[in-house]
Design a protein around this ligand. Structure first.
Ligand code: NAP
Length: 381
């Protein structure tokens, strides 16, 4: 973990990045009309929001912010090597120390790139998470697969058994070139990924992956474990039948959609001393002005209007939509970090800078008055 001096250096860079982002936003122009997606934030505070030190048994990374690893795996389009390296370097320079990845992200590419970047950095200075659930197999015939672009060279099959879990972690350690993984998530154990038989996979994981992860935690090969999923049921099931530490909840806690997680998942996490990492806090780009909602083409009904209105209110309060979206996801007590993905160094700096903006309380009040966010949604400050 970085020391205080490193964070102050990072904060200065982030403030500079905010000015740069204002300029770039003006040059590039967000895709929203008469609204403000990035830049033009008025008050800058000095450091990344921190988790209270040992205030609870909740899984505690020092700062409530990290970076996702899907762009390192060529999601949606190829990220050139240099751009990937520069993105990671920009994160590090700006004090970001939590990195998430998965074997699935680009069929090993995200782990290979992240491992290359972390090589030589003391493991105690950063927090690293990866995932299990898929085993990769060399396959020269594979190029782009779904959202993953470029020459992938590997195919995969699902495996939530104990042996598959251990094998997957050993493979990840080799791709990453590290001796230990801080957090391992059981990835994509959902109806969306596995179809109607998903509960059979859940049963396999209950008997296989979950106890094996607890064993590997005791052995010290991993630090903590949990689920990395886009649904709530799987998280609830894991808390009922095992002893996870942390849930990576992706896609269901964001400015546009959060009530179910707020009402069903967070209380259970508090009850079980399990903390939450928020994935896809920008809706895979929508809340940063990209015309994409999550991982398919469809934008749900009413989302364009809602995004426009929130962005307009943000503009009136001197902040921007992306900043509001990121800080919103980090606000709940049970959330240990939000982990937006960044395609390049500029996005990484902008997102990091967003966490240092002071958002007026009136902004959140207005969102609640207009019914744009839940009345009981925690807000920053
Ligand atoms: N099941 C799971 O465990 C699961 C599922 C989903 C996500 N996750 C984790 O959560 C992380 C974050 O999710 P995500 O990356 O898919 O979605 P996200 O963080 O909501 O959005 C990332 C995308 O937003 C755009 N963006 C980010 N910063 C921007 C900026 N400053 N200006 C303009 N556009 C910006 C980029 O789009 P362009 O690339 O088009 O520029 C980027 O690819 C993932 O990387 C992964 O680590 C886990």
């Amino acid at each position: 973990m970085p020391n205080r001096r490193e964070f102050l250096v990072g904060a200065a860079a982030a403030a500079a990045a905010t000015s740069a982002s204002q300029l770039l936003a003006a040059q590039n122009g967000p895709q929203l009309s008469n609204t403000n997606v990035g830049g033009n934030n008025q008050g800058i505070i000095s450091e990344l929001p921190e988790n209270p030190p040992l205030a609870s048994k909740l899984f505690p990374p020092e700062h409530k912010f990290g970076v996702g690893g899907t762009q390192l795996g060529n999601i949606f389009k190829v990220t050139p090597d240099e751009e990937a390296e520069n993105m990671l370097e920009a994160c590090w320079e700006n004090g970001v120390r939590y990195f998430d990845t998965s074997p699935f992200y680009g069929m090993g590419l995200s782990e290979r790139r992240l491992g290359h970047f972390l090589n030589g950095k003391p493991p105690q200075e950063y927090l690293l998470s990866s995932k299990i659930g898929r085993l990769l197999k060399a396959d020269a015939s594979v190029d782009s697969q779904g959202n993953w672009k470029g020459d992938l060279n590997f195919s995969y099959h699902f495996d939530y058994t104990a042996a598959g879990t251990r094998r997957s972690i050993e493979d990840s350690l080799q791709r990453l070139g590290v001796p230990k993984i801080d957090i391992v998530y059981i990835h994509d154990l959902t109806p969306g990924m596995l179809g109607k038989d998903w509960r059979e996979y859940l049963e396999t994981a209950r008997k296989g992956a979950m106890p094996e992860l607890s064993r590997m935690r005791e052995e010290g090969i991993i630090g903590h474990w949990g689920m990395g999923v886009n649904n709530i049921e799987t998280c609830l099931a894991a808390m009922e039948s095992a002893d996870p530490d942390v849930m990576l909840q992706a896609t269901k806690y964001n400015l546009m959609d959060h009530e179910e997680v707020l009402n069903r998942l967070f209380p259970k996490c508090r009850e079980n001393d399990v903390s939450v990492i928020v994935g896809a806090p920008l809706g895979a780009g929508f809340l940063a002005g990209v015309n994409r909602w999550l991982y398919s083409d469809g934008i749900p009904d009413g989302y364009w209007e809602k995004r426009d209105r929130i962005a307009q209110i943000a503009h009136q309060h001197g902040i921007d939509l992306r900043t509001a979206a990121l800080q919103f996801t980090a606000a709940p007590d049970v959330v240990a970090a939000t982990i937006p993905g960044a395609r390049n160094a500029q996005q990484a700096r902008e997102n990091r800078a967003s966490m240092n903006v002071r958002i007026p309380a009136e902004f959140w009040q207005q969102l609640k008055q207009e019914g744009l966010i839940a009345q009981d949604a925690p807000t920053p400050g």
